[in-house]
Design a protein around this ligand. Structure first.
Ligand SMILES: [Zn+2]
Length: 236
């Protein structure tokens, strides 16, 4: 039982990948697309199946704008089988399988139970630059956490969030997303350092890591958590 995931691409190329989790979240996702497009940058959107079903046009706008999309589960609660359910929702609109997958809270354990995650053409993707934008209200703090991240280098994968875990539309729309304000300076700052901003489909991912239970399953659904604990007991 082995599961490999990637945190970065080739270090000898000046490419970085901006990734956006938890959308689509219209109209915020559209603002992200506009910022990227106006600067000649591509991004990768790790979408949730439940939001793709609720906002299919917003998902289509990501695809039509030429950005890369990946599977980030259906419910976002790390249930077993969630990636497969999400893939059905995404594939229905995309018309082809996704090639990149990111697990909720980087808990890759549930991938072991997913035919979609384990399929040969699927790459499971972590990030090496994590500005924790979801926990910051000051755009400048997000800019600094990204551009001054010690790990930032050629091949870096940067994890940002264009979505909000809010079912109620009024609350979702009222909820500020300071990442949007930070994004122009992030893109410009990366380009000023000579980085090309590419989709994950333009980056050669290297140095795959073999997944081990690493404590990141704490947020998983109870049945997944119980299975992780069972696995750690077995390997000890
Ligand atoms: Zn997420």
């Amino acid at each position: 039982m082995s599961l490999k995931y990637y945190t970065h691409g080739r270090r000898d190329q000046m490419k970085v990948a901006l990734t956006f989790d938890d959308g689509p979240n219209p109209p915020r996702t559209d603002q992200v697309i506009e910022i990227l497009n106006s600067r000649g940058a591509r991004g990768t959107f790790f979408v949730l199946g439940k939001w793709v079903e609720r906002f299919p046009q917003a998902f289509q706008r990501i695809v039509e704008s030429g950005h890369c999309v990946g599977n980030h589960s259906y419910l976002h609660e790390a249930h077993l089988g969630d990636f497969d359910r999400a893939e059905a929702a995404i594939g229905n609109l995309l018309g082809r399988p996704t090639r990149f997958l990111r697990a909720h809270y980087f808990n890759f354990f549930t991938c072991l139970y997913s035919p979609v995650a384990l399929s040969r053409d699927m790459k499971i993707v972590d990030a090496d630059v994590n500005p924790a934008d979801y926990a910051k209200s000051d755009p400048q703090a997000i800019i600094d956490a990204t551009l001054q991240a010690p790990a930032l280098a050629g091949g870096s994968i940067i994890d940002l969030h264009d979505g909000r875990e809010l079912d109620d539309d009024a609350r979702r729309l009222a909820s500020p997303l300071p990442m949007i304000e930070a994004l122009p300076a992030i893109v410009d700052g990366l380009k000023a350092r000579g980085f090309q901003l590419v989709g994950l489909d333009e980056m050669e991912l290297v140095d795959a890591i073999e997944w081990q239970p690493d404590g990141r399953g704490t947020f998983a659904a109870p049945e997944a958590r119980a299975a992780i604990e069972g696995l750690s007991r077995k390997s000890n």
